[in-house]
Design a protein around this ligand. Structure first.
Ligand code: PLP
Length: 396
């Protein structure tokens, strides 16, 4: 016998993976150059050369037993110090190395934080459009996911709808900015309003409501925009960070959780996170990668290629009549589906070998997602197909 819940999770694939795998099969039939695959968010920019150099230096210069050995569960002190220093320098905070718990990326970071806060009846609120995996992360780890419908005009937080969904069971609000799938950055004003609301509600309920800030795209921002560091606006913030996107290392699995001292019960929260990580089999983050991050903590990504892709697509698509969210970050465009149903649009596009992700699983069925971490050449080849589809939907 197996767990029905895990069986269901293991046998249903996300629509993103399904499209991606369809694309691979289709490429074998019609040729790779004739498939326009915008499905998956795999960085297309190589890891910075400093990362590769750090890897070489570490394996050739450092003690082999140590670099491949177990480390403390939260990471070795050198990497925690390097990252705390970098955060403090950038944001004027007073984060201590002891506030950082290194993980195998943002996914297990989120799961550990959710498990740590999942008291009986715990509710975790998130705002559509949201990362698809929040549902299994919350629902398989002792919580209930409550989704606030999207503000499809600006993709900020619709406050009346959020307020209506906060209850005495709300343990945390999970936010993701820059956002996957919309590419939108929450403004300082939005975050201040959120902080005020949660402070007020926490007072009413008599317990803190944490913000879980999911930030794998923190450094992927364009047009001189800035991403506010949420702990400076709201003390009860727990940050989940990843190097998957910023250093193009998604397969290497490295990231961290930050629980600043200012957060209520920070010591207990940190200890519960360590316990939750232990419960899901976390032993330590990859030792070699911790050493790379320690050397590269100040490195920022080169985002020119993503910016060029975003601009090319945005300009072309809007000129064909598509409406796109104003994406200033991450590497996605969120586009209103002509005809109103992103599923129907995605199916029609698929028939022309153009793969875009319907927004249903993101909680926003009228929009589809385009990943802009692809080759510029593929974007140029795909544009006539986007144009053709716009015409077909305008004139069915
Ligand atoms: N959160 C968001 C919003 C993401 O888009 C992703 C990955 O795409 C993750 C978390 C998980 O990232 P990681 O590779 O660090 O586990």
């Amino acid at each position: 016998m197996v767990s029905e819940k895990m069986l269901a999770l293991g046998t249903t694939r996300s629509c993103i993976r399904e499209l991606f795998e369809y694309g691979l099969r289709q490429a074998a039939v019609v040729g790779k150059e004739n498939v326009y695959d915008f499905s998956i968010g795999n960085p297309s920019v190589p890891a910075p050369k400093e990362v590769n150099q750090a890897l070489i230096d570490i394996v050739t210069q450092e003690d082999s037993v140590e670099i491949h050995g177990y480390t403390p569960a939260a990471g070795y002190m050198g990497v925690r110090e390097a990252v705390a220093d970098d955060l403090n320098q950038r944001y004027g905070t007073k984060i201590r190395p002891q506030n950082l718990f290194f993980t195998c990326g943002a996914a297990p970071a989120l799961v550990s934080v959710v498990r740590a806060l999942a008291v009986d009846g715990a509710e975790f609120v998130t705002v559509a459009p949201h990362f698809v995996e929040y549902r299994p992360f919350v629902e398989c780890n002792g919580g209930k996911l409550v989704v606030v419908p999207a503000d499809t005009e600006h993709f900020q937080i619709p406050f009346p709808q959020l307020e209506a969904r906060l209850t005495s069971h709300t343990q945390a609000v999970i936010i993701n900015s820059p956002n996957n799938p919309s590419g939108v950055i929450y403004t300082q004003e939005t975050l201040r309003k959120l902080a005020d609301l949660l402070e007020k509600k926490a007072g009413e309920y008599g317990h803190p409501i944490y913000i879980i800030a999911d930030e794998p795209y923190r450094e992927l921002v364009y047009d001189g925009n800035e991403v506010p560091f949420i702990p400076t606006l709201y003390r009860n913030t727990i940050v989940c960070y990843s190097y998957s996107k910023s250093l193009s290392l998604p397969g290497e699995r490295i990231g961290y959780i930050c629980v600043p001292d200012e957060a209520e019960n920070s010591d207990q929260v940190f200890a519960a996170i360590a316990g939750a990580a232990r419960a899901i089999g976390h032993v330590c983050p990859p030792s070699l990668l911790q050493r790379v991050v320690a050397r590269c903590a100040r490195l920022r990504p080169d985002i020119q290629a993503y910016d060029r892709n975003r601009t090319t697509l945005y300009e072309a698509l809007t000129s064909y009549g598509y409406q796109c969210a104003n994406a200033n970050g991450a590497f996605y465009l969120f586009v209103k589906a002509p005809g109103g149903s992103s599923k129907a649009f995605s199916e029609r596009a698929k028939a022309k070998n153009l793969l875009v992700v319907p927004g249903d699983d993101f909680g926003c069925p009228e929009f589809f997602r385009i990943s802009t971490c692809v080759s510029h050449d593929m974007i140029l080849r795909s544009l006539p197909v986007f144009q053709e589809l716009a015409k077909e939907f305008a004139d069915p």
